[in-house]
Ligand binder design. Structure first.
Ligand SMILES: *Cc1c(COP(=O)(O)O)cnc(C)c1O
Length: 231
């Protein structure tokens, strides 16, 4: 029980320290607790320690968990790969989607979100190191996707999400995150009235590098909940 509370506090301290080191305000970095493979009870413990935003990768697992937690005012972020026949429950049961990487998915989320709810908050996932194995749009194609998504009325485009290739050294971690930041800056110049304000980047192993390069949402699983349960 105290484990999750202590780990959350330690992660918040790391965020605070990294922000101090690069003279940013910690208020500009949101902590997203990635609860995939963890039981609903672990989410409840994190909530009881003050955590409100949770990230999930697997749709059915997320829906099952949400059903056990309807008494809590949680904010849910979908951060996993999206199949086009699964967009409806994502549009209906989440507040944010970080993993949009093609227009067809955005269009379906827009249509299925409808007008009765707040717009769905969207990040475009970019395959920043252009790895064959990874999801995400190529950097060269991100502008045209962003221009199309920006037209969809039930979505609110917020920025970019990236999962760079794993790197042990701070310097190489920073290089990848710097590329994501520069890409967002180029989009901000191209679409000045979109107020693109979000860089979703940084996980347990590289949150400091991400914060130094401007992350506004860090997605942390292992360092809050411990090792993932096997699926
Ligand atoms: C699992 C996952 C995370 C969390 O990773 P940790 O290394 O456990 O902090 C963050 N983002 C995405 C997209 C993930 O799939």
């Amino acid at each position: 029980m105290h484990n999750i509370e202590n780990r959350l506090e330690a992660v918040q301290q790391r965020i605070q320290t990294a922000c101090t080191e690069c003279e940013r305000s910690a208020a500009g970095v949101q902590l997203l607790a990635v609860s995939k493979t963890q039981p609903a009870d672990a989410v409840r413990q994190a909530y009881n320690s003050g955590q409100l935003a949770f990230g999930e990768n697997y749709l059915q697992e997320a829906l099952d968990k949400q059903a056990l937690l309807t008494d809590l005012p949680l904010q849910w972020h979908f951060i996993g790969p999206i199949q086009s026949n699964k967009t409806r429950p994502i549009a209906e049961h989440f507040d944010w989607v970080h993993s949009v990487d093609r227009f067809k998915i955005a269009q379906r989320l827009n249509d299925q979100r409808g007008t009765s709810k707040q717009p769905l908050q969207i990040c475009i996932q970019v395959n920043i190191d252009q790895e064959a194995s990874k999801a995400g749009v190529n950097p060269a194609e991100v502008l045209s996707l962003v221009q199309q998504v920006a037209e969809l009325p039930n979505l609110r485009l917020r920025g970019l999400m990236a999962i760079p290739a794993a790197a042990a050294e701070l310097a190489s971690q920073r290089l990848a995150f710097e590329k994501v930041r520069k890409l967002l800056e180029s989009l901000q110049r191209a679409l000045p009235d979109q107020s693109l304000d979000t860089l979703s980047m940084g996980m347990s192993g590289d949150l400091e590098a991400a914060i130094y390069e401007g992350a506004t949402i860090v997605r942390i699983g292992t360092d809050i909940f411990g090792p993932r349960q096997r699926k």
